[in-house]
Design a protein around this ligand. Structure first.
Ligand SMILES: Cc1cc2nc3c(=O)[nH]c(=O)nc-3n(C[C@H](O)[C@H](O)[C@H](O)COP(=O)(O)O)c2cc1C
Length: 333
């Protein structure tokens, strides 16, 4: 059976590096050997005050896995995933085996979306996106093991209250504030959320978003936010369910990007276990909330957002490979 060349794996993983992750912490490692690609969690990049249960860490790894599978599909490789392949090693999240498969136009569009997706925290001020328009993205994402539910108008008020409680609790939490300051604003480097990608607090918005350090990205005066909010939920709340929720999240973001929608993940209240429980029963019919997504149309006149930085592939990849500084660099997204 034919196997992908190491160069192909590296090209796909350069796309996977572009995956969203909590505070842009990039908590993943990859290994390629004997024709199989392995994904590991990098627990050294865990954010204990923001993500006490390591849920967002696993979601971030799931998003990277989906990004890798999309890129491999576009490069002509179908994949079969085994989750938690070694029960004795909880950091070994998935093994991917590959087989030749012709790419579809969907594979190519989604891989292209990886290159242009950004977390856009500005107000979506160009009218509210109808649910039926979002339905294609929601349907596609629903194939990856978690459900995507729109936040109904009647539930927005309650969600907004819970989000404000999270903001207030975190404002008083010194460890949270230190962690935030070291992962955003001027301290951001090859990881973290740069100041240019963060907006100042918008206390008047019904659904407040997470605040980062030194925000310099501003909305046009007078804009009101017309974002649609979506919830990614799972029936179980174990390790694999969280990883699958990350794949679903990535699928939703890429499909929405392909529809020219702006998106941004939001998880602040889900990092407070008691508030997560409230959201579970108030908005998710007792399934487990894993992440929320804002989606909308950005003003046509809005400036394009700069992409956030990423660490080099050599920092997160080991295994069968040509030297990482060879001609493969030309495949860099
Ligand atoms: C699990 C997870 C949780 C996230 N939580 C938030 C959040 O609460 N607020 C926010 O503004 N962005 C959040 N993000 C978005 C990240 O900050 C963003 O992906 C990262 O900074 C990289 O930037 P990019 O998405 O523009 O590539 C989250 C992303 C993931 C995957």
């Amino acid at each position: 059976m034919s196997q992908p060349r190491p160069e192909t794996i590296q090209a796909a993983l350069r796309f996977a590096l572009r995956a969203p992750s909590v505070h842009n912490s990039q908590p993943w490692r990859w290994h390629f050997a004997a024709g199989a690609l392995h994904l590991y969690a990098d627990r050294a990049r865990h954010l204990p005050a923001t993500d006490p249960e390591q849920r967002a860490l696993l979601l971030s790894c799931g998003a990277a896995l989906h990004h890798a599978l999309v890129a491999l599909a576009a490069l002509g490789w179908g994949s079969e995933v085994t989750y938690t392949p070694d029960p004795r090693d909880r950091d070994h999240l998935a093994t991917v085996r590959l087989a030749r498969r012709a790419p579809t136009s969907v594979d190519i569009c989604l891989a292209a979306a990886i290159l242009v997706r950004r977390s856009d925290r500005r107000r979506f001020a160009n009218g509210q996106v109808p649910q039926r328009y979002l339905a294609a993205a929601v349907d596609y994402a629903g194939r990856f093991g978690a459900q995507v539910r729109p936040v109904e108008d009647a539930a927005r008020g309650r969600l907004g209250e819970l989000m404000r409680v999270a903001t207030e609790q975190h404002a008083e939490d010194a460890l949270y504030q230190v962690e935030l300051a070291s992962w955003s604003g001027r301290r951001a480097g090859l990881d973290g959320v740069p100041a240019r990608n963060a907006t100042p607090v918008r206390a008047e918005d019904g659904l407040p978003i997470r605040e980062f350090a030194d925000p310099v990205l501003v909305d046009a005066a007078g804009d009101a936010d017309a974002a649609q909010w979506l919830l990614v939920c799972t029936d179980r709340d174990d390790h694999t369910a969280r990883l699958r929720a990350g794949e679903t999240l990535s699928a939703l973001l890429l499909a929405a990007t392909d529809l020219r929608l702006g998106t941004c993940v939001q998880t602040e209240p889900l990092g407070v276990p008691a508030l997560r429980e409230e959201i579970r029963f108030a908005l998710c019919d007792s399934s487990y909330p894993q992440a929320m997504v804002r989606a909308g149309w950005m003003r046509i006149s809005a400036a394009p957002l700069a992409e956030t930085p990423r660490r080099d592939l050599a920092e997160v990849f080991t295994g069968d490979a040509p030297a990482l500084d060879d001609g493969v660099a030309s495949a860099r997204p």
